[in-house]
Design a protein around this ligand. Structure first.
Ligand code: 5GP
Ligand code: MG
Length: 223
């Protein structure tokens, strides 16, 4: 496993914690989970592996089989949630054995200062006509569930036949609202994960595996 591949050094900025209720707080204003033992600037960050490229590949094969079976003879639109889901979606749709249309949305949550309101801002919307069609939302990770619920309501307004969720990772320990996830890659513990499309301040997306930032949890109460 190519842990330790050359990576850009994370910017030297204040690192804070994500606490429950501070939905996506690490996405705003450089607020990220506390990273104790931040590697010195001259060291390549090491990201321990949670799920290897091989494990991900195998699981995606299983999910693709299931989805292809469930949506055979359907008019399926797969909607990827940028940016985190782009690699997962690319790998998933290439394993499907049914015709699909692909589209994307991009959302961010916002708040003021260090507290996030959990409100969602739509930055890119689907352009595909989804009325009467079946929609599968592909997400990187479902955490509090706020994004997923918002997306569900947003897309339902366009009167699709149905909308389902597929996520690579599910972090159920931090759920704040109920979400029905139809296809889940892996359950993850309450740790801040990166890699395989998922970032920390735009770093680590290109890791071929899913890892975690050591000494972090999503809601570490210290600092
Ligand atoms: P939710 O609305 O479910 O709380 O948040 C979902 C989004 O939060 C994900 O799509 C992802 O962008 C971000 N997120 C949640 N947990 C993590 C994590 O462990 N690592 C990273 N990098 N992003 C996360
Ligand atoms: Mg996401």
């Amino acid at each position: 496993m190519p842990v330790g591949m050359p990576m850009p050094t994370p910017p030297n900025q204040r690192l804070e914690n994500h606490r429950p209720g501070r939905h996506n707080a690490w996405k705003e204003g450089g607020i990220v989970p506390k990273l104790k033992n931040l590697p010195p600037n001259d060291l390549v960050p090491k990201v321990p592996c949670l799920f290897s490229a091989e494990e991900i590949d195998r699981r995606i094969g299983e999910l693709a089989q299931e989805i292809s079976r469930d949506y055979s003879n359907s008019d399926l639109v797969v909607v990827g949630v940028l940016k985190g889901a782009w690699i997962f979606m690319a790998d998933l749709v290439r394993r499907l054995t049914i015709p699909v249309h692909c589209d994307f949305v991009r959302v961010s949550s916002y708040g003021s200062g260090t507290t996030s309101s959990g409100q969602i801002r739509l930055e890119l919307d689907v352009t595909t006509e989804i009325r009467g069609r079946r929609v599968l939302i592909v997400e990187d990770i479902v955490d509090t569930g706020i994004t997923s619920n918002w997306l569900l309501e947003h897309l339902k307004r366009r009167r699709p036949r149905d909308v389902r969720f597929c996520c690579l990772l599910d972090k159920p320990s931090r759920r704040e609202c109920q979400v029905t996830i139809h296809y889940t890659g892996f359950l993850v513990p309450n740790q801040f994960v990166v890699g395989y499309g998922i970032d920390w301040n735009e770093h680590y997306r290109q890791l071929p595996y899913v890892g975690y930032l050591p000494d972090t949890t999503s809601d570490d109460p210290s600092g």
